[in-house]
Design a protein around this ligand. Structure first.
Ligand SMILES: [Cu+2]
Length: 258
């Protein structure tokens, strides 16, 4: 009896606080929403969609993709600094002349890795090939990814202005169900890894979504109740405040690399 009453009392306090915290950023003019259609690269057969919300330097990423190599990690990044577009097919033979598009061949178009879309911890370029912290496709080759984290100001600005590209990596070129060196040799990024583990599998340009269209399209059926959303938002804010400090600290000490 007393425990239930205590929980109720806590909720009674928590809900108004959460509502206050959520109200300010959710409807302020600062938020930008980007969308990407992830198209297959290297005949991977993979595809997907991504939604990125930018509020100040706080970024929320939601990716749903399918057709990837099952039971395998898939490195994924925001690429910034090139022509902010996915590589055209003719880029595939720039360097290796083998018809396969490597990450290096795509870089003039996409730009280098600026954000590593890891599942936990560091998101800087230093984690570009942190395979043990990248999402793993399930038995159906599906990757669902959802994370909120802090980014440097120039990354937030690039995202807002539609100058970032999302790329997922990992292609089973020889179709044997695993990343191996027989498929396409060594990775252009790290010779200790098979090229199959790092070759691009999907690519999509992050394009600003029209402000009016989003609410009608994406809000729909699965929207949580106001109280739930407010509580979740306040928890995210608290978490982001803590995580943001750690990420910024790491960025300060990490040399930038493409
Ligand atoms: Cu990448």
């Amino acid at each position: 009896m007393s425990m239930d009453r205590r929980k109720l009392a806590l909720l009674a306090v928590a809900v108004p606080v959460g509502a206050l915290a959520a109200a300010a950023p959710a409807h302020a003019d600062g938020a930008a929403v980007l969308h990407a259609n992830l198209s297959p690269v290297n005949q991977s057969g993979a595809h997907g969609t991504a939604k990125v919300t930018v509020k100040g330097t706080r970024v929320t990423v939601h990716i749903e993709s399918g057709g990837l190599l099952a039971h395998s990690p898939h490195a994924q990044h925001f690429h910034i600094g090139g022509q902010h577009r996915c590589a055209p097919p003719e880029a595939a033979d720039d360097i290796t002349d083998d018809g396969r598009l490597s990450t290096t061949e795509g870089e003039p178009y996409l730009g280098g890795v600026r954000i590593s879309l890891t599942t936990e911890g560091d998101t800087s370029p230093a984690s570009a090939l942190a395979i043990d912290r990248m999402p793993v496709a399930d038995a159906h080759g599906t990757v669902e990814y959802h994370r909120t984290f802090e980014v440097p100001e120039d990354v937030a600005a690039a995202l807002r202005s539609g100058k970032a590209v999302l790329e997922q990596h990992g292609v089973d070129h020889n179709g044997n169900g695993t990343y191996d060196f027989q498929g396409a040799g060594k990775s252009d990024l790290d010779p200790s890894l098979p090229a199959e583990a790092t070759d691009p599998a999907t690519c999509g340009e992050l394009v600003p979504a029209p402000r009016g269209g989003m609410a009608a399209g994406a809000g729909g059926t699965a929207a949580p109740s106001v109280d739930t959303a407010a509580l979740a938002a306040s928890a995210l804010l608290a978490a982001a405040a803590g995580a943001g400090a750690a990420v910024r600290h790491r960025f300060a000490g990490t040399a930038r690399r493409g």
